[in-house]
Design a protein around this ligand. Structure first.
Ligand code: HEC
Ligand code: HEC
Ligand code: HEC
Ligand code: HEC
Ligand code: HEC
Ligand code: HEC
Ligand code: HEC
Ligand code: HEC
Ligand code: HEC
Ligand code: HEC
Ligand code: HEC
Length: 406
């Protein structure tokens, strides 16, 4: 890379042009003699997909009448007019749309195209689009070399998304870069985000897909703009957020986690997306799998995302001495509370994000209708007890089963 003159910083454009064409042509001269072409460092990195087998000749140059473009019949020296007007004699002007690429607006067609001939397709001065673009956009060249996860179409060629000349979208993108461009290729996401019943308001924020993803790549999985999905989610969910569908206000999860330091496993790993689909879903709260919407719900294992990670025997084995610690002798108290026609969902007793007062992610208070009453859990050596508002204290003990009053 060091010797590739294209990477020298702040080089003047004309020098740059001479420099690129000099080293783009060198290997082909050798190729005539030897079949093995020694690639430059830049060519090894970027590839040579534009290299043509035969020299690419610009027809007006090949015709041999130099005065088509030059004042002097021998060529060289003054031009009959300067690009871009010169080129526009025969080519449609390249600045017809709303956003014009810097060098095109400056009429610097020949920084990218050789007006006579070239070893590369489209008379380009580089054998690779990405080498061409990064010869000026040095920061993007460094980015490509240093970033672990590059978005595949970016690694392939910049012109998958950017027009080199002019476009109606900012940054000369082929469609609006915040979403329309993405779903040109990720068609499934277009369909999914439109059709799910529980949509995510993040997609309606001004930067849409780019709220969460870097279009070029990043050090993080899935090109996320933050290290973990948790950090990403908390950029917006560290405040109460209003839902679009129902107008209800969602809890400030950042504050909840600050106040409740005993975090549930996936949150400890930093992965909110273990349970929630950031693009929305057909389940409550955009969960990846179903979870009951109400306090009481007829029990069905398929209705609980929890069983993606926890064994269902904890709930469905009526009698057990191993499947769960929530038992009175061998009578499974999970089964008693949950596995029935009018079963209580896990939220009656557990919080899924983080807790503080009690172990086992037992919540301090449970929401029942409009009332929010404390569960008053007390842990004992072999069991525990609780006393939610309207009930007398009930006990369970794994070694010496307790008899509770009805
Ligand atoms: C399609 C238009 C076109 C034709 C036809 C053309 N030239 Fe050029 N030529 C240019 C442009 C534009 C430049 C300026 C390049 C730049 O900006 O660096 C140029 C530059 C040159 C130069 C300066 C050195 C260089 O290569 O940059 C020479 C010499 C030259 N032309 C020779 C010729 C000869 C000889 C012919 C006829 C066989 C010819 N040209 C035909 C467009 C043309
Ligand atoms: C006198 C007419 C004429 C002028 C002036 C002219 N061109 Fe061309 N150019 C052509 C013709 C003819 C072709 C071949 C068209 C084709 O293959 O579709 C061509 C092809 C090209 C191509 C390759 C297109 C391809 O699909 O491979 C590029 C790039 C190009 N010209 C750039 C330029 C630039 C830059 C200028 C100004 C410096 C210029 N041309 C000036 C006539 C001209
Ligand atoms: C930043 C580099 C760059 C500049 C500056 C540039 N081009 Fe191009 N041009 C390209 C690339 C890259 C392609 C190939 C695009 C592709 O195949 O997707 C291309 C393709 C072309 C083509 C053939 C395909 C087409 O779009 O018709 C012509 C003709 C052309 N350019 C003319 C020009 C003219 C005239 C100018 C100056 C007004 C110019 N270019 C300035 C990079 C550039
Ligand atoms: C000859 C140098 C040069 C080459 C080669 C070049 N660019 Fe540029 N590019 C510029 C300049 C100059 C600007 C204008 C910078 C500005 O406005 O800040 C620019 C602007 C841009 C912008 C808009 C940036 C902004 O912040 O508005 C994009 C996107 C871009 N170029 C992409 C490309 C792509 C893709 C290629 C390869 C096809 C490429 N460039 C090749 C010089 C170049
Ligand atoms: C998958 C589509 C895609 C590809 C491929 C792509 N870009 Fe971009 N690029 C974008 C989007 C989207 C934006 C707008 C980002 C924003 O709004 O923050 C952008 C913005 C830019 C900008 C201006 C803002 C910035 O980040 O500096 C430059 C310069 C740029 N791209 C250069 C390149 C270069 C060079 C390549 C090839 C190495 C490339 N892009 C490949 C989608 C792409
Ligand atoms: C030109 C087509 C194209 C465009 C435009 C495009 N992508 Fe991609 N994207 C791909 C391809 C190809 C892959 C790799 C194959 C795959 O995993 O689907 C990919 C992969 C991804 C991945 C990682 C997938 C995984 O499972 O690891 C994410 C995230 C992504 N793209 C987001 C975006 C976003 C956001 C945009 C808009 C800024 C976008 N893409 C625009 C083609 C595209
Ligand atoms: C709220 C943040 C956020 C927004 C907005 C967002 N994504 Fe994602 N995206 C993610 C996260 C987090 C993942 C990783 C998901 C996982 O681990 O299951 C992801 C994964 C992906 C993947 C990889 C395949 C998959 O589904 O896991 C693609 C492709 C993708 N996103 C494209 C898009 C596109 C296109 C848009 C805009 C329509 C978009 N994303 C909007 C956060 C977001
Ligand atoms: C760019 C801001 C933003 C980011 C980042 C973000 N969200 Fe959201 N989220 C919102 C907004 C705004 C709403 C409220 C609108 C709606 O969806 O109803 C919301 C709603 C939600 C809802 C409730 C959806 C419903 O309607 O029931 C959940 C659950 C959620 N987000 C989880 C996440 C997760 C998990 C992440 C990280 C992968 C995340 N959010 C990242 C802005 C964001
Ligand atoms: C173990 C699975 C799981 C993980 C991991 C998880 N959540 Fe949740 N989340 C849920 C469940 C289940 C609900 C529904 C709770 C209910 O309705 O009682 C929920 C509800 C929500 C809500 C709606 C809150 C409200 O006021 O109704 C938001 C916002 C949310 N989660 C964001 C996050 C964020 C941010 C993360 C990461 C820090 C995260 N979740 C991690 C399971 C999870
Ligand atoms: C009526 C309250 C209640 C309900 C409803 C409830 N749990 Fe529990 N759960 C407990 C108690 C109390 C413990 C602590 C047992 C102990 O260690 O003493 C517990 C413990 C657990 C444990 C720790 C391991 C174990 O089994 O001892 C998991 C995992 C668990 N519950 C998952 C669930 C899931 C999944 C649901 C919903 C399908 C659920 N719980 C419903 C009260 C409840
Ligand atoms: C993506 C995997 C995953 C999902 C889905 C999941 N959990 Fe967990 N859960 C864990 C991990 C890992 C632990 C152990 C770390 C800890 O104590 O948080 C755990 C621990 C627990 C504990 C405490 C165990 C103890 O003995 O202290 C309870 C209670 C619990 N989960 C309930 C639930 C409920 C209820 C659901 C469904 C809403 C659920 N989990 C969904 C991974 C998951």
């Amino acid at each position: 890379m060091k010797k590739g003159c294209v990477f020298v910083k702040n080089i003047v454009v004309s020098l740059l042009f001479a420099c690129i064409s000099a080293f783009a042509q060198a290997p082909v001269a050798d190729a005539a003699k030897t079949k093995e072409v020694a690639l430059t460092e830049a060519e090894k990195f970027y590839g040579t997909e534009l290299r043509s087998k035969a020299k690419v000749k610009h027809p007006p140059f090949e015709w041999g009448d130099c005065t088509t473009c030059h004042k002097d019949a021998k060529g060289g020296g003054a031009l009959i007019m300067d690009p871009p007007e010169l080129c526009a004699m025969c080519h449609e002007p390249k600045d017809g749309k709303k956003f014009i690429h810097g060098p095109v607006a400056a009429g610097a067609c020949t920084t990218c195209h050789n007006p006579h001939e070239s070893d590369n397709a489209k008379l380009l001065v580089s054998a690779s689009i990405n080498e061409l673009c990064t010869s000026c956009h040095q920061d993007k060249g460094d980015f490509l070399k240093q970033t672990p996860n590059i978005h595949p179409p970016v690694k392939d060629q910049c012109t998958n998304c950017h027009d080199p000349h002019t476009e109606d979208h900012q940054f000369q993108l082929k469609a609006d870069g915040k979403k329309d461009l993405c779903v040109m290729c990720h068609v499934d996401k277009e369909v999914w985000t439109k059709e799910v019943t529980d949509k995510h308001g993040a997609l309606d924020r001004p930067r849409k897909c780019l709220e969460c993803h870097d279009p070029h790549g990043s050090s993080n999985p899935k090109f996320l703009v933050k290290d973990t999905s948790k950090e990403l989610c908390l950029t917006c969910h560290s405040q109460p957020v209003k839902t679009d569908e129902t107008g209800e206000t969602l809890a400030d999860i950042g504050k909840h986690l600050d106040n409740n330091p005993d975090w549930h496993g996936p949150i400890l790993w930093g992965d909110c997306a273990a349970c929630h689909n950031p693009h929305g879903s057909n389940n409550l709260r955009m969960l990846k799998k179903p979870f009951p919407r109400t306090f009481y719900e007829s029990f069905e294992t398929d209705n609980y995302i929890c069983f993606q990670c926890h064994e269902k025997e904890k709930i469905i084995d009526a009698n057990t001495t191993t499947a769960t610690n929530f038992r009175n002798g061998s009578s499974n108290m999970h089964f008693v509370h949950v596995d029935k026609e009018k079963g209580r969902s896990c939220r009656a007793c557990h919080d899924f994000h983080g807790t503080k007062e009690y172990p086992h992610h037992l919540r301090a208070k449970t929401q029942f209708g409009k009332i929010n009453f404390p569960i008053r859990f007390i842990e004992t050596e072999n069991g525990g007890s609780c006393a939610p508002a309207c009930h007398a204290r009930r006990h369970y003990d794994r070694v010496e089963p307790k008899v509770n009053l009805k």
